[in-house]
Design a binder for this molecule. Sequence first.
Ligand code: ADP
Length: 443
Amino acid sequence: MMLLSFLLLWGLRQSIHSTADRELKGKMDAVTAMMQVSVPKLSLAELEDEFREQSSLGGDLIQVKSSDGGWVFRSPSTQQFAPELVKIASADQPGVHETETKGKRYRVLTQPLEIGGRKYLVQVAANISDFAELQRKFFWLTMLLIPLMIVGASTGGYWLSGRAFKPVTTIIEKARSINATNLSSRLAVSGNKDELHKLSETLNGMLDRIESSFKKVQQFSDDASHELRTPISLIRTTAELALRRERDPETYRTALNEILIESEKTSEMIESLLVLARSDASSQPQLPLLKTDIAAIVRDCCNKVAPFTQSRELSHVVDLPSTPTVILGDAKFLERLLLLILDNAIKYSHPGGQIRTKLERIAGSVTVTVEDTGIGISEEDLPRIFERFYRADKARSRDGAGAGLGLSIAKWIADMHHAELLVASSVGQGSSFTIRFPQISVE
Ligand code: ADP
């Protein structure tokens, strides 16, 4: 506002000056033209008459001095009201000046003139007091208006910004009130499709994601503590029972054996939980995938499980190519994945059943399939078997059934390898698990 006021004042001043200067220039032209014609041929008295006529026409503020210092003409007003003009004329300064005398402001144009070898100094002036007054009034008006405008603009601005930010304040307050206990509450979304609408929607989306992760973590820790409680209380009860009174060495051995089995199961479960917790922590695939011969890994795993298949009287048919089949993967994790699947096939098979493991290349991809003729999985269980801690009812009652973490780990490892883990099963007939590595990146 100050800049605008300054510019307006400057503009007003420039406009007054240019108007006054134009008028002065006109006057000066008339006087000099008259002098050019009259000075050579008229006497001083005649010349004075001529000037008088000019000065009355041209606003009465004219004076002419010759180079010898004498006045050629001074209009009455110039003599009477503007002695300052005399000063300027004697100072011999050509150009435009402003001067103030007797409370009036004049703009003065001084111009040297030479006629017939004699030099003159011609001065015409214009009274610009009214304009100066206008300028002064304008200046004070602005000085008065600026603080008023500042106060007005500040108050108005404060009120307006308060109104404009009201929805933001509401969002802030609501967002502040959301914590772990009310994670399901959401921010109100305004009907207008503006930036605030987008902000609320974005924050709500973020809350959705946080809530679902939070629920997963909660569910996971609930399940984990529940699952760990059972074997630990079993260990405790066995030890307590054994210690209650003196017993024979055989009973102690049996008790210790039970404790050992339970502790092994527990430590296995803790290890699985750690793998899953780590998989949750890393959002990006972290495994370094190297050229790996999957056929060799499958062969190794089949050899490793041979004692178990034999002890459960299962026949294991292994159908592998004789040449290496290279994929990009992590050998340690791939082995774990296969062992988990093979372990399930053994656990959930009836004695005398058959397991068939094969490796095939189908349309540029490598698939490993483990089929069994075991108990099978019901249709309602099938979509849930990859969930953590999920065990089908039949599996729960079986000896050696795990904690329901194996397949979720298997799924995670498959994901890390960009592989699909597929299952087909029918109750009483058996199951078939297939790991399909999307494509052979390296041969
Ligand atoms: P668990 O440790 O109980 O085996 P998993 O995550 O490995 O847990 O498997 C989850 C559930 O899927 C098992 O409890 C079982 O009900 C079912 N399951 C997995 N593999 C087989 C299979 N080969 N045959 C029948 N059921 C299976």
